[in-house]
Design a protein around this ligand. Structure first.
Ligand code: FES
Ligand code: FES
Length: 163
């Protein structure tokens, strides 16, 4: 039995200690926001936050998480009440298929908690480990900038019009 702190709640799971955190989140805790893409640490679809840092949950054995808080996209907000980063991704229409987006949002969240006013170069560097096969990278970068501005109380640009 392993106990995890997930989105501020203690969750006990019966699993092998080598099971990747991603499988525990999806298969044991029904937290399906983080996605399986490559299973090799190469795509970022599985990204969650562990102890405040973005991490590939497909590569982290659940036994290595310890007492660090695991934060998933389900912990940031809801459909009715999205978190700041989630809202920015909506406003910029940053998703196409959406497969990469939970990982992108978590990577952006980790960046902005660490650095509230990143430069564009810092945003690009921080987001680089996550890939978007649909090619919405430019919208994703705009969404991260929008979220940073919103968190600092800067006036928001008009949302991108739906096409
Ligand atoms: S599924 Fe984890 S990096 Fe691709
Ligand atoms: S929106 Fe489809 S992979 Fe990114």
């Amino acid at each position: 039995m392993i106990t995890l702190n997930v989105n501020g709640t203690a969750r006990a799971v019966e699993t092998d200690s080598a099971t990747p955190l991603l499988y525990v989140l999806r298969d044991h805790l029904a937290l399906n926001g983080a996605k399986f893409g490559c299973g090799l640490g190469q795509c970022g679809a599985c990204t969650v936050m562990i102890g405040g840092e973005a991490a590939f949950s497909c590569l982290v054995p659940v036994s290595l998480v310890g007492s660090r808080e695991v934060k998933t996209i389900e912990g940031l907000g809801t459909i009715d009440n999205p978190g700041v980063v989630q809202q920015a991704f909506i406003d910029e229409q940053a998703a196409q298929c959406g497969y990469c987006i939970a990982g992108m949002v978590m990577r952006a969240q980790a960046l902005l908690e660490r650095k509230p006013d990143p430069s564009d170069a810092e945003i690009r560097r921080a987001m680089a480990p996550s890939l978007c096969r649909c090619g919405t990278h430019m919208r994703i970068l705009r969404a991260v900038r929008r979220a940073a501005d919103a968190m600092r109380g800067a006036p928001a640009a008009a949302p991108v019009a739906l096409r």
